[in-house]
Ligand binder design. Structure first.
Ligand code: ADP
Ligand code: F6P
Length: 468
């Protein structure tokens, strides 16, 4: 990050991580927190509160660890409904995950989205210094640079999309899609998770925005040339592996195996989101039990799926569907001494998760569509290299582009998934070790530090300012 030595880093995201509680935060918060501490800077976003009054929100600032400022604003109920629940989570989230059927387009949502991006920009602008480097994150903030530029910002502005970017055929279903893409071009660097995502973006630009793609990956349209490239996100492998190997983790693994007839554990850990393919996963597990009665009382599947975005109807529906499926599977196969499927609808501390990953012989990560999926990488990092478990991974998770040695499945094909579970449960030690060591090498090579530094290096190399 040589070019950034003299600049502050300003991270902008919808939610701001609690840098004082690192142990409970995800790898992303830790990685960005590390970068902020070493470079110095600001993390700006929503404080999670909803307030009554309208008008320009009050910016609260707090200095942590000497050189990092946390700056937050609250949101009004209208902003929350229209920007967060509305445009972000009823339009962009479903469409970007290829679920046009679940999207709900309302003009007020788009107006609310633009308004909150403008509010964010207006609140942050006075805190910015001329040589700051600004890095905005995720689908909530696609028009943030447009609003900041409108206020005269000339700094380098980067954006990273944590979720997939859909093919143009789907993207153009969003009524305001052309405005959104034009606004996105006010960033200097736009990062995507996979080559599939960046190709979808380039296709849109060339086929529908009269733009062109240069040989070196730069993309030109709307009178601007930006870098649009892949930066697959990783995790802090050492940190997660260490969390899985403490004595507390060992006693949690021991508790998992105590007083049970079960010999093998399968685990899934996902927010309860319709993109995660949970009903399909439950049905595939039922198929495994139907076709392989030798697993009765020998295998258990634990699905941890905490609630998320519960005010959006599609999320309420998926919860009802899963509760029905888990009840049916346990009712059909369970016995007084065996629960085939344990469904836990809560968040779990990070260290417990790491221990559970290490204690389970099979990890199921089978989303119908996912930007990257960090759980896949965490499962690999947590394994005991002497007797590692097997990762079953959807080909529609961004992680599948890198993690070739996992058992790659089509999450819509229940038979294929049941067969993969069976293969994983029976895989000989030698093959498990071979696959795991290749996967571990990959996640170490492209860890979260690599992700952060490669993005910031590209951003630092751009000429600052709006005009090219
Ligand atoms: P997404 O960003 O869509 O939620 P990812 O798999 O990329 O999916 O990231 C999820 C993160 O949240 C991971 O770091 C994972 O460990 C964490 N997580 C998921 N489920 C839980 C849970 N039940 N309790 C605690 N952390 C969880
Ligand atoms: O990429 C999905 C994501 O935005 C994560 O970054 C985040 O941890 C998660 O969804 C939580 O979503 P929300 O902020 O809507 O609760």
């Amino acid at each position: 990050m040589g070019g950034l030595c003299l600049s502050r880093l300003v991270i902008v995201s919808n939610r701001v991580a609690d840098l004082e509680k690192q142990a409970q935060s995800g790898g992303l918060a830790v990685a960005l927190g590390d970068a902020l501490r070493s470079i110095g800077g600001v993390w700006f976003g929503w404080d999670g509160n909803i307030v009554e009054e309208d008008g320009l929100p009050l910016v609260k600032t707090e200095t942590v660890q000497n050189n990092v400022t946390i700056a937050t604003i609250s949101m009004t109920e209208r902003d929350y409904q229209e920007y967060y629940l509305g445009f972000a989570n009823k339009v962009l989230w479903p469409v970007f995950h290829y679920r046009l059927d679940l999207s709900q387009f309302e003009p007020a949502y788009f107006e609310g989205y633009k308004r909150v991006n403008r509010t964010f920009a207006t609140a942050l602008a006075p805190l910015l210094r001329p040589d700051d480097v600004v890095w905005a994150h995720d689908y909530h903030l696609t028009s943030f640079a447009y609003e900041l530029r409108a206020l005269g910002a000339k700094q380098r502005l980067g954006f990273f999309l944590h979720i997939p970017f859909p093919p143009p055929e789907l993207f153009q279903a969003i009524p305001s899609h052309d405005w959104l893409i034009k606004a996105l071009f006010q960033f200097d660097v736009v990062g995507f998770q996979t080559s599939n995502d960046v190709n979808n973006f380039r296709r849109f630009v060339t086929e529908l925005a009269q733009g062109r793609v240069h040989g070196d990956g730069r993309v030109e349209a709307f009178g601007r040339t930006i870098v649009a490239a892949t930066f697959p996100i990783g995790i802090d492998v050492e940190e997660f592996a260490a969390t899985a190997q403490t004595s507390a983790a060992a006693s949690q693994i021991e508790r998992l195996n105590r007083r049970t007839v079960v010999r093998s554990h399968i685990i899934g850990v996902d927010r309860l989101d319709y993109t995660k393919g949970l009903p399909e996963r439950f049905k595939a597990y039922r198929k495994l039990l139907e076709t392989h009665p030798e697993h009765w009382k020998a295998v258990t599947f634990m699905q941890i799926a905490p609630p998320t975005r519960i005010e959006v109807e599609a999320y309420a529906n998926i919860r009802v569907e899963l509760e029905g499926l888990s009840g049916a599977i346990n009712g059909e196969f369970g016995d007084f001494d065996w629960t085939p499927l344990r469904y836990i609808h809560r968040s779990v501390p990070r260290n417990t998760l790491a221990a559970l990953f290490r204690g389970c012989e099979v990890g199921l990560v089978t989303p119908l569509r996912d930007g990257m999926n960090l759980v896949a990488k965490e499962y690999i990092a947590a394994q005991d290299e002497k007797g590692p478990g097997v990762l079953v991974l959807s080909k529609f998770a961004g992680a599948a582009e890198e993690l070739e040695e996992a058992l790659i499945v089509n999450p819509y094909d229940l038979d294929e998934m049941a067969t993969a579970m069976q293969t994983a449960l029976q895989m000989p030690l030698g093959e498990r070790q071979e696959r795991h060591s290749a996967l571990l090498k990959r996640i170490k090579r492209h860890d979260v530090r690599y992700w952060r530094e490669s993005f910031l290096d590209v951003l630092a190399a751009r000429t600052p300012g709006p005009a090219e």
